[in-house]
Ligand binder design. Structure first.
Ligand code: GSH
Length: 213
């Protein structure tokens, strides 16, 4: 398998975690987002969306991190990243989608570039935008985790799921932008537990060969 990835890409980090948890080896192809390599013709031939991650398996290309993780789950089921019971599966998918649909697209590189150039926001304006959507999204996550009371060490009990694969990279992003995460103790506790696991530690941004300060 070949993973097109960028160290700071949280969507790529989700997939790196899933691959690591399942013990799947891959070759990494680095796509430098600040340099705009995601827009290059050579990469657009791999993923016309111009986004990372993309995963090549058996000569075919998969895109969109959640679809990639679900593919890995179906093709390489052990250890499972989805629970067995349908309600539980929908629950962890919902948590994953709060991150992937309600937070991440609003704070993506191309969104930030767009608001900076079209609406003439300076650094402090962009940071305020970023922190606003982190606060809204994490309040949703924390609210759901608190109301359902189903978290154990991880989002659902004591087994890592797709929800944890999404939560941890989003916490990394929030920390990078100095967001206040104190109001989300359940989410932070889960983050701390995940970061005891090699699969989350080895795949974190700073440990990637393409990482730069
Ligand atoms: N929904 C997509 C999001 C992919 C995405 O937005 N990736 C970001 C990096 S985390 C990217 O490639 N951004 C490039 C850009 O904004 O130009 C997924 O889950 O894979």
């Amino acid at each position: 398998m070949k993973l097109y990835t960028y160290f700071r890409s949280s969507a790529s980090y989700r997939v790196r975690i899933a691959l690591a948890l399942k013990g799947l080896a891959y070759e990494a192809e680095y796509v430098n987002l600040p340099r705009g390599e995601q827009q290059a013709d050579s990469y657009r031939r791999v993923n016309p969306q111009g986004l990372v991650p993309a995963l090549e398996d058996g000569g075919r290309v998969l895109t969109q991190s959640l679809a990639i993780i679900e593919y890995l789950e179906e093709r390489y089921p052990q250890p499972p990243l989805l629970p067995v019971e349908p309600f539980d599966r929908a629950y962890v998918r919902a948590l994953a989608q709060i991150v992937a649909c309600e937070i991440h697209p609003l704070n993506n590189l191309r969104t930030l570039k767009h608001i900076r150039s079209v609406y003439r926001l300076d650094d402090s304006g962009v940071n305020a935008w970023y922190r606003h959507w982190i606060a809204e999204g994490f309040a949703m996550l924390e609210g759901m985790l608190a109301r359902e009371r189903r978290a154990g060490r991880y989002c659902l009990g004591d087994a890592v799921t797709i929800a944890d694969c999404c939560l941890v990279p989003q916490v990394f992003n929030a920390k990078r932008f100095d967001c206040d995460l104190a109001p989300y103790p359940i989410a932070l506790g889960i983050f701390d537990e995940c970061m005891r696991l090699d699969a989350f530690v080895a795949t974190q941004p700073a440990r990637q060969p393409d990482a730069v300060a």
